[in-house]
Ligand binder design. Structure first.
Ligand code: SF4
Length: 141
């Protein structure tokens, strides 16, 4: 049996997005329904509430648009996600594009001006560093 894929919980329609909006992806929801995917939200697991201030990465640290350094919560949540992914035997992930946690390949530049730069979110980067294959929902078939 194939191990499940770890997926951003918001892609499974869960109430965990920073802005409090629910925005699931039907393809990911179907994967969860079939037992093929495990939903996880690193920001909520790291101790942050929903809704919460939007955050971006600047110089390797994570800041809210309120100026508060949230790096510790982001790193704690990412570590918990890695642990859960390993418990399930996952080797791949499908994560929400451009999130400061889940974004893979492209994130925002830390100025809160919707400016995109190459980079990974904290969780996506940790998974990649540990050998996981990470795709965004925009790279699904
Ligand atoms: Fe979705 Fe990831 Fe943001 Fe949680 S941290 S709401 S899973 S994009």
């Amino acid at each position: 049996k194939q191990p499940p894929v770890i997926v951003s919980a918001c892609l499974a329609g869960m109430f965990c997005r920073y802005n409090g909006e629910v925005d699931g992806d039907p393809r990911v929801e179907e994967m969860v329904r079939q037992g093929l995917a495990v939903p996880f939200c690193p920001e909520v697991m790291g101790g942050l509430p929903t809704p919460r201030p939007p955050c971006e990465i600047r110089n390797g640290l994570v800041f809210g648009d309120d100026g508060v350094d949230r790096t510790e919560e982001y790193e704690r949540g990412a570590a918990e996600g890695l642990r859960l992914a390993r418990l399930y035997g996952c080797t791949t992930a499908i994560l929400k594009a451009r999130s400061p946690s889940c974004g893979s390949g492209t994130i925002y530049d830390g100025t809160f001006t919707s400016t995109r730069i190459p980079g990974d979110g904290v969780f996506a980067g940790l998974l990649k560093a540990n050998g996981f294959t990470v795709r965004t929902e925009e790279e699904l078939d």
